[in-house]
Design a protein around this ligand. Sequence first.
Ligand code: TXA
Ligand code: MG
Length: 359
Amino acid sequence: MEQFNFETKIQKILSFENLSKQLEEAANLIKNDEILAFPTETVYGLGANALSEVAVKKIFKAKGRPVDNPIIIHVSSVEMFEQLIDKEYFDYRIKKLQESFWPGPLTLIIKKSKIVPYVTTGGLETVAIRMPSNPIALALIQTSGLPIAAPSANLSGKPSPTTANDVYEDMNKRIALIIDGGSTEIGLESTVLDISDPKSIPIILRPGKITKKQLADCLSTQINIFDSTKIKENEIQKNLKSPGMKYRHYAPKADVIIVSSFDDFLKSYKEVSINNVHVGVMLDKNLIGKLNTSEIHFNDSFLFMYTDNEDLGANLYLKLREMDNLGVNLIIIQFDDFNDPTGFGLAIKNRLQKASSKK
Ligand code: TXA
Ligand code: MG
């Protein structure tokens, strides 16, 4: 991979006052077909002018991303959104969803207009669009006056970055600038909803913070969830609605084991700890009583106890990266989606499955 011979600059944003002034240099980079990393409410994005083939190609190069994996376009207004879609396919459902969930972590897949280059959509006729709620992201789009194409700012195959430091780890010398807006709030990528056919039931291609129930309540209709595990291996390529799904994602270097109960956790832990491997552990804090009486003693830096799904979602990628950096060989994650199987719990489960799959 080609690298710059200069360090990537990190610009810390300490106050939301005068954001457009603070983001002038960043906006100029976008206008000049350069790429940079910026925070959103979900994860950090690696952004470029979505309408410039030259600029978007730089994203694919910096990430090592397969060229058929399309990129989400970020907008700051409905007017900007309208330029990007084929108006014939616009229906009242899209308007309702935007009114309820934008700005926020919901990406809509719609038929694209002519101005969106195929480089951005990975050759598809549809385009993925969202309006982020993070004030820095919004101000960056507004100040540059351009829709910004941005995948997560990690190297392809690594967990998405949720801090500027994680972006730096992957992108130093590959991009000119990282805008540091602190830790991202949600920590998992946006919900992706395919609503490109006005006659069909919308399908969640990637679960996220906006849940199936929220979408169904908003539209008063059924919402389907795309399940790639139901497709046979040899049919995957042609059937996948979202090309990104065929690539291994969100994965740390360490092996990851998912267990649902404390007893299963203990069993797995005892099995593996005999072999002198460094084991990282993520556990529900409500189980701390059981842990204290279990005769297991952890190295604290290898242990993450989460308080609830929001806490696990916000810290999952951060902890996976931290444990990788500590040289952990195996990570056991205890997670039970019993109370929340179609809500945010579904998004967590989806990312855990990807982190633990070797494909
Ligand atoms: O929260 C997020 O969505 C973050 C932040 C930066 O906004 N972005 C993000 O982008 O996660 P990325 O590129 O890592 O994931 C985009 C997903 C991929 O799985 C991709 O295949 C899918 O959206 N996608 C994009 N355009 C699509 C399209 N036209 N049809 C189907 N899937 C699409
Ligand atoms: Mg990604």
